[in-house]
Design a protein around this ligand. Structure first.
Ligand code: NDP
Ligand code: HSE
Length: 431
């Protein structure tokens, strides 16, 4: 069984280390021998430890097509170039293992079709929450159940930042700087802090959970850059914590139509909810299923060795299937549900306002709320604020569940209201 490794960075180098250290056990599990045939990198002149220099090549295109390669492991990252390599490998009859969520979330249709057409496997356990076996759980273990909702902390960098803000009272910039210093956040943290990384994972989870193709572009996404120390403090006061959640669920519209919603946004989570206790850079995925009830999967969602663990699990599966003739479960999209209009999603808002501190303001805002059909669950007022020289009160409104577009209209009304000096933040609450 010939293996080609594309990429020898954080993940690729750990794949090879674990593959080498555990080679005997892996051969038993694969039920046959395997051999690494080559390692593709972008710069072959870089000094590298743990790999035979003879195996290094800059020509990934040729490596995947070699006759003696049966399984291709893609851990390069990016979208266009790995897409070309993965398609080329699948079309040449090689099974593929990838950790690349951006690639899978953008091009799953095309990749799955190529795997099916060529009777080979496409595995991507490591693409969602690295070491936590959520893809296999959805593909295999819960294949007999009906999933209602999947809510996950699927990005370690943002969880580290929010947890640090919660634990120390630090503001976003200070917590990001600490995450960078400790090596959790990359030099360019945009994909993490803007929620794009979590959105790719949400697309994959929703596709698997609801047997419907959900693409990255179908996921509505808000990152954590707008979360302030004041928001965290208000969350604490309400007995909540703020987490960046990827939420995938089935929505039933007013006309009875069932659709799939996948979204990523900062969310107020009650402290007693299992997801609230997920600290540091850990990930967790909370699944609500009809038969199984509530399940939570927790662990390392990033890092070289945890990701390599998931990659190697897939390598064993792909190589075994090649030896013994089995197949990975297909990427089924038979339900083909429509993607929900983000405006139709039922949610609850926590709105932090500064208003003129004078008689009648609260009553007037309550009328604005009623005119939009929004019901308030709690109202909290604090005095002693100032905005642009005006004496102000802080009002924290928590709504009951309403459709996102009605809540957004209500917030627009608030922004235009004469007595509202500032809408400081709007954060959604977990169901
Ligand atoms: P790195 O940037 O550390 O490594 C990328 C590797 O790909 C490097 O070895 C690089 O070569 C090689 N490479 C880049 N361009 C090319 C090219 N054109 N041809 C051949 N090789 C190339 O990335 P990571 O290991 O962190 O991530 C890899 C994948 O795993 C990504 O898809 C990522 O999303 C995913 N992933 C990563 C996790 C993590 O914690 N790091 C967690 C889960 C998934 P060179 O060494 O010469 O620079
Ligand atoms: N940047 C990602 C994270 C890596 O912080 O979780 C794992 O996908």
């Amino acid at each position: 069984m010939g293996i080609a490794l594309l990429g020898y960075g954080t993940v690729g180098s750990e794949v090879l280390r674990l593959m080498t250290e555990n080679s005997e056990a892996l051969e038993h599990r694969i039920e046959g021998p395997f051999e690494l045939k080559g390692v593709a990198v972008s710069d072959a002149s870089k000094p590298r430890e743990g790999v035979d220099p003879e195996l290094i090549t800059e020509d990934a295109r040729s490596l995947v097509l070699r006759d003696d390669v049966d399984v291709v492991v893609e851990v390069i990252g990016g979208i266009d170039y790995p897409r070309e390599l993965v398609l080329s490998a699948l079309n040449a009859g090689k099974s593929v293992v990838t950790a690349n969520k951006a690639l899978v979330a953008a091009h799953a249709d095309e990749l799955a079709a190529a795997a099916d057409a060529n009777n080979v496997d496409l595995f991507y356990e490591a693409a969602v929450a690295a070491a936590i076996p959520v893809v296999n759980m959805l593909r295999r273990s819960l294949a007999g159940d009906q999933i209602r909702r999947i809510s996950g902390i699927v990005n370690g960098t943002t969880n580290f930042i929010l947890d640090a803000m919660d634990a120390t009272g630090a503001d976003y910039e200070a917590a990001l700087a600490e995450a960078t210093r400790l090596g959790y956040a990359e030099a360019d943290p945009t994909a993490d802090v803007e929620g794009h990384d979590a959105a790719s994972k949400a697309a994959i989870l929703a596709s698997m959970g609801f047997y419907t193709r959900v693409r990255f572009s179908d996921v509505s996404c808000e990152g954590i850059t707008g979360v302030t120390a004041e928001d965290i403090e208000a969350a604490k006061a309400a007995g909540d914590t703020i987490k960046l959640l990827a939420i995938c669920e089935k929505i039933t519209g007013e006309d009875g139509t069932v659709s799939v919603s996948a979204r990523v946004h900062p969310t107020l989570v009650p402290r007693e909810h299992p997801l609230a206790s997920v600290s540091g850079s850990y990930n967790a995925v909370f699944v609500e299923a009809e038969g199984a009830g509530d399940l939570m999967f927790y662990g390392n969602g990033a890092g070289g060795a945890p990701t390599a663990s998931a990659v190697l699990g897939d390598v064993v599966g792909a190589a075994r299937n090649k030896y013994l003739g089995g197949h990975a479960p297909k990427d089924l999209t038979y339900a083909d549900l429509p993607i929900a209009d983000p405006g139709d999603v039922p949610t609850r808002y926590h709105i932090d306002l500064r208003v003129h501190d004078r008689v009648g303001v609260l009553a007037d805002l309550a009328r604005t709320c009623a005119s939009r059909g929004i019901s308030l669950r709690t109202v909290r007022q604090e005095e002693g604020y100032e905005v642009d020289g005006h004496e102000a009160a802080r009002l924290i409104l928590v709504t009951h569940t309403a459709r996102e577009h009605d809540l957004a209209d209500f917030v627009a009304d608030l922004k235009a209201h004469d007595d509202v000096l500032a809408v400081k933040s709007v954060i959604r609450l977990a169901e």
